[in-house]
Design a protein around this ligand. Sequence first.
Ligand code: 13P
Ligand code: SF4
Length: 311
Amino acid sequence: METPAQALKDEILRLKKEKGALIMAHYYQREEIQEIADFIGDSLALAQQAAKTDAPVIVMCGVHFMGETAKILCPDKTVLIPDAEAGCSLADSCDPEEFAAFVAAHPGHTVVSYVNTSAAVKAHTDIVVTSGNARRIVESLPAGEKIIFGPDRNLGGYISSVTGRDMLLWDGACHVHDRFSLEKVLEMKKEHPGAKVLVHPECRRPLQLVADKVGSTAALLEFARTDPAEEYIVVTESGILFEMQKGCPGKRFLPAPAEDAGCRCNECEFMKLNTLAKLRDCLRDGMPEVRVDPETAAKALRPIERMLELS
Ligand code: 13P
Ligand code: SF4
């Protein structure tokens, strides 16, 4: 007999076909959402896929700024998100009006913004970047060009350190990545001396310094797939472990901080707001729909397109 979970999945697949929808998911989504998605990726891959899909309906299983990016790239398509409350603390750490004032106070700078921003912040931006292409894009700017980088101070500091470029940093951070602790990772390393440390660049500098690999979710996955080690301490949102384990069944991935620390603080509660039931509901009801004010979208489109051209 069909289980309720299977019946829900079947209903999603039926609705998806009926509506001609493409289901996209970020690596931090719940396992069951990653399993049913047509496409899983990091922020860059999700934007690239949105830009080229023919599907009339995109369901973005991720957070709101990912839905906005898809909508800006595909204004004629319907972009749905299972839970409209799925925001991002990093995007929220950059108020558009304050950012516009910061930019205005520093004329002559090229404004580079992380994709984890609202459309309104992107509208005040020259080039958008993701953690997967930030280094390449900053390196492509002429030497001596003055750069503002927002909103993530940890990613900005990392890009500045690897490119040697001086950048004016906005003082924002992600509440998940900013609270990983070096101490806990070093304790884990003592227990697992052979384990390599994989760190997302939204984490603080001390963690970047002890990492064997610093990279976007896609870059960390690729490293794990191709590296010979058997054990890894993963310092990013724990949803990524599903794809890591799938890609490398013989390896061990240890989420930081250790689960036995009794803390689920390596989970992004915004990402986890999306559930299979909400995915079914949004496909069935055609809502919540992601909308971007057309004037803001028109201004935000160019910096996103520049990113895609340079990726
Ligand atoms: P990636 O682009 O590396 O997938 O990161 C997205 C994100 O929200 C990290 O917190
Ligand atoms: Fe935003 Fe952090 Fe969640 Fe990523 S993990 S979506 S940066 S709050």
